[in-house]
Design a protein around this ligand. Structure first.
Ligand SMILES: CC(C)(COP(=O)(O)OP(=O)(O)OC[C@H]1O[C@@H](n2cnc3c(N)ncnc32)[C@H](O)[C@@H]1OP(=O)(O)O)[C@@H](O)C(=O)NCCC(=O)NCCS
Length: 144
């Protein structure tokens, strides 16, 4: 658990009690839904090495997760703060919480938006980023 943020929001590294249907709906309402069904969203987080969940009571108001090999490389994903709680430090606190779990490692991410959010946290552009979707996006057993 991190120190409490303003407005009674707290961050922890547990997925206990997360309502995945509600979280999927909240992400869609914020236009931050990339097509995962609730069970697939849950698997994405469960199979990540580190997660950060911002909670206000029983409601999830922020998420972030980190894939890591535990040695040198990590990848940051699903960084989201509920739109009604933005600009109060929640996103930064989640990213710092995850970064603290991987000392000595290189963290990569893809930022279509919010580049200055990451730059304030110390991230710097590192061209060239190459990517490939194997087959069709989300056409796999994990999203069924
Ligand atoms: C990006 C996001 C996670 C930031 O969450 P947040 O809880 O509002 O972040 P913070 O309050 O810690 O912001 C810290 C600083 O980052 C900067 N910042 C925050 N959101 C930003 C954005 N969308 N674009 C650019 N800079 C941003 C601001 O300088 C902010 O400080 P300020 O409020 O004093 O000006 C949130 O806006 C979000 O969920 N956006 C939609 C999903 C998304 O784009 N995620 C990133 C995918 S790569």
């Amino acid at each position: 658990m991190t120190g409490a943020l303003p407005d009674g929001v707290a961050i922890d590294g547990s997925l206990e009690g997360v309502d995945w249907d509600r979280l999927t709906a909240d992400l869609a309402a914020d236009d931050f839904d990339n097509g995962r069904v609730p069970g697939a969203l849950r698997r994405s987080f469960e199979q990540s090495q580190h997660v950060a969940v911002a909670r206000h009571g029983d409601r999830v108001v922020g998420t972030a997760r980190l894939l890591s090999d535990g040695v040198c490389n990590a990848y940051l994903l699903d960084v989201w703060t509920s739109s009604d709680r933005r600009r109060r430090g929640i996103g930064s606190a989640m990213v710092r919480y995850l970064a603290d779990q991987v000392p000595g490692q290189h963290i990569g991410l893809q930022a279509d938006e919010a580049r200055s959010f990451y730059e304030r946290l110390g991230f710097r552009p590192q061209p060239e980023f190459l990517s490939l979707v194997v087959g069709e996006w989300l056409d796999n057993d994990g999203n069924r």
